[in-house]
Design a protein around this ligand. Sequence first.
Ligand code: TYM
Length: 333
Amino acid sequence: MSKKIFSGVQPTGNLHLGNYLGAIKKFVDLQKDIKNNCIYCVVDLHAITVKQDPKFLKKNIRETTAAFLASGLDPKKSIIFNQSMVSSHAEGAWLLGCVARMGWLNRMTQFKEKAGKDKEKASVGLYIYPILMASDILLYDATHVPVGEDQKQHLELTRDIAQKFNSDFNCPNFLITPEPLIQENFSRIMSLKDGTKKMSKSDPSDQSRINLTDDKDQIVNKIKRAKTDSAQLPQNDNDIIKRPELVNLYGIFSSIQNQNLNKTINDFRGKNFSEFKNNLADILVEKIYPISNEIKKLLKDEKYIDNILKTGSIEAEKIARKKVNDIKQKIGF
Ligand code: TYM
């Protein structure tokens, strides 16, 4: 069955291994099936829900686009564009925001995490952000949305909005309720310094993440210095319980090798930590460094990147505009 795929990544700098393994690698895998219709968006309107320096925003939009391309997305096979060039997204968010309920938004854990203690000082944009995300997805009739585990709740909200709209305006199946594509294992890559904290762009410590722009030495050093416990490498999966840093490093290894955790446990049974870390560093250098290298090359040709975004935006706008017009008609405009 052909799938309509939509997903997005914020251009907030420091794209990391979590973004790659949790999302971008899957974007590329989905693009390989020619039956799939894939649309990938640099969600720059989402980025401005927290303060962005105007000097760096455009650079970050280009860098995220370059990361898409360097990872294997092909503008001939997928629509690649940035959200701020397609005004239908913002218009759709307004229309859908009048269907969404305050109570639903109040439950969003990501808002609570990002707003921190002083919620009153968070931007209104940060609060209504999940509605913009619903608009992104619903305007393209996306059937499947590849994301990391942290976006699951936003996907559920998207489904609630679609169902309420269809029911309020008596138009069954008009807005498609999308399925999240979240891998069963390793859908949450954790910090290299604390296995209980998500790997994140906003962690002040660069040592906590492998950036997609890191060079070979940085990758090797970060893995060498990654936090571990003092117990031996596990004999079986009982031995990994309550060892969050080990689970994370084994998860990264398994995910990048496309193998299950048990195979990784078997591969390293009886070996020592430094041997495992050397292997992990080697495999990351092999898989991530070419991406990092390619990003840097691509960024030298800004026009090329800008053209891809422009062409993609024209294609995206055609689809999204039609859906916004249909939504407006249902509402009674
Ligand atoms: P963003 O930009 O924070 O992250 C992009 C993608 O990377 C995944 N991710 C992770 N996966 C595993 N482990 C991690 N440590 C990790 N950190 C990030 C995220 O789950 C995400 O899939 N709201 C979204 C962007 C968005 C979007 C959309 C996504 C806007 N509109 C429509 C899908 C469809 C976000 O902030 O992702």
